[in-house]
Design a protein around this ligand. Sequence first.
Ligand code: ZN
Ligand code: ZN
Length: 180
Amino acid sequence: MKVRVSDVKKWAGREERISLSEPWPEIIKERLEAEMEQPARVHVVVRNVTSGLLVEVSGEGYVHVPCSRCLEDARLTLAFSDSQEFREESGPQDPTLDYERFIGDHIILDAMVADAVALELPLVPVCRAECRGLCPQCGVNRNRDECSCQVLTESRWDLLKTWRASPDTRDNHTVESEQR
Ligand SMILES: [Zn+2]
Ligand SMILES: [Zn+2]
């Protein structure tokens, strides 16, 4: 994934907007440990800020990961954006600098896009906010099925809620024995 910058790099103040629609960079699989839905639609703005080229990327992608509650396939929308300055300089990338280097007429966006997308992947992905997950006792998917353990599980939650809501009237003994 790259943008041509042969014109924009010639004049300070010049700005170009480019819309890309192409396969996601390969490295995104390693970053996410999951597959993005193809294609990648990325909006790119390149601005000549005299010291270098300020590149902004933004867009929305869809990824499939297992829901952390019910383990079913969850399709998540990842809205990402990032900006980074690039300067035309020779030499390897140097993480101590606050800009990236490039040479020639193109800037490669693979790492920048992959990092921006990976940042948006939640640590605990869920298929939907109200997902009821698996029953911790019998393993039934509680979005689809009821099980007889349910009453016990819910009364335990109610107990915890009461305990949190009114600390003065809580019954420590009951809560502790329920948690054991
Ligand atoms: Zn779920
Ligand atoms: Zn159950």
